[in-house]
Design a protein around this ligand. Structure first.
Ligand SMILES: NC(=O)C[C@H](N)C(=O)O
Length: 335
């Protein structure tokens, strides 16, 4: 029996048309689907349009709309394919991984580097591959299908702005690839014992502070005052430079009492943090019992914190425990 798949359109290049003002989303989900008539032999598709925007404009409110549409139609379909712009696709994939957990039904996100109505485009392959993957019995959870590869929803990063292989899987293998319209699975699906769970809130009070050599500490007091959580993108395996460490201690001593959270991550995309290696990281981690990202992507760190912070008042120990508990393969290493 053919699977029933719901295609959810949100916009992006895949849905874009050339206009005088530049490429802009203008094709509906139905229009997009008409470019891959072969899908009829793969599955039965219904379409739903959540929005039609460049993914630069996607916010947590749109993640809620997408997750809400999936929750509303969850029982009616065997799987879901979301068309999305590539620029913030990795954030949406990570956000949906936290908002929809233990899903035995696949939730596939795809997009393209070139519009589907162009003669030369990656859109048709990406979209057809997504329907093939969403119709496969062993597919589950939130994944990205792009350029023939399947990437776990919490592990993607857009690493190329123009090439068809825009996304990499960070610190985690590809669970499957799609070649010549067939799924080759490298990782078996793990059967879920718990039912699918939907979460509806994401608290958006996070500031990401990217360190640069010689950075001045004057912004710290503003950031700590106005945000509940600060993610510090440090260098290498993680540490704080002397130029800001004094001010950091001053601010942290005050804000720790207010339940603010600081998470240390790294600007290096691959292999992750480990603050205990160097003097510049070890002491500050111990002094403030800091959380660190280890092998997680920045996209996963940010959306996981939004998900955790949306829950009722939690102790710092509970926040830490949640952060280090794996969701959709987002973290492998931690203390
Ligand atoms: N390739 C793309 O989809 C880029 C586009 N600006 C977007 O993210 O919506």
């Amino acid at each position: 029996m053919k699977k029933k798949i719901l295609m959810i359109g949100t916009g992006g290049t895949i849905a874009s048309k050339q206009t005088e003002a530049g490429l802009a989303p203008g094709l509906s989900s139905e229009d997009i689907l008409s470019y891959i008539p072969q899908v009829e032999s793969v599955c039965d598709v219904d379409t739903l349009q959540v929005c039609n925007i460049d993914s630069t404009n996607v916010t947590p409110e749109y993640w809620k709309k997408i997750a809400g549409a999936i929750e509303e139609h969850y029982e009616e379909y065997d799987g879901f394919v979301i068309c999305h712009g590539t620029d913030t696709l990795a954030y949406t994939a990570a956000a949906l991984s936290y908002m929809i957990q233990n899903s035995e039904k696949p939730i596939v996100i795809t997009g393209a580097q070139k519009p589907i109505n162009m003669d030369v485009t990656d859109a048709k392959t990406n979209l057809l591959d997504s329907f093939i993957y969403a119709s496969d019995d062993a597919s589950q959870d939130v994944t990205i299908v792009f350029d023939g590869k399947v990437i776990v929803g919490t592990r993607a990063k857009k690493e190329r702005a123009k090439s068809y292989n825009a996304f990499s899987s960070i610190n985690f293998p590809y669970p499957a690839v799609i070649q010549d319209q067939k799924v080759f699975r490298y990782m078996p699906a793990i059967p879920y014992k718990k039912p699918v769970t939907f979460y509806h809130e994401m608290k958006n009070s996070i500031y990401v502070l990217k360190l640069i050599p010689g950075m001045k500490p004057d912004v710290l007091s503003y950031i700590f005052k106005h945000y509940d959580c600060v993610v510090i993108e440090s260098f290498g395996v993680g540490g704080l430079p002397e130029s800001i460490v004094g001010e950091f201690y001053k601010e942290m001593t005050e804000w720790v009492r207010h339940g603010k959270i600081v998470v240390m991550t790294t600007q290096v995309a691959n292999e992750g943090s480990n603050m205990t290696v160097y003097e510049v990281g070890k002491k500050v981690k111990q002094d403030f019992d800091l959380i660190e990202a280890y092998d997680m992507t920045l996209e996963a760190v940010i959306t996981k914190l939004m998900w955790i912070m949306s829950m009722e008042q939690m102790s710092y120990a509970e926040v830490k425990e949640r952060f280090y508990s794996s969701v959709n393969h987002d973290i492998l290493f931690h203390e």
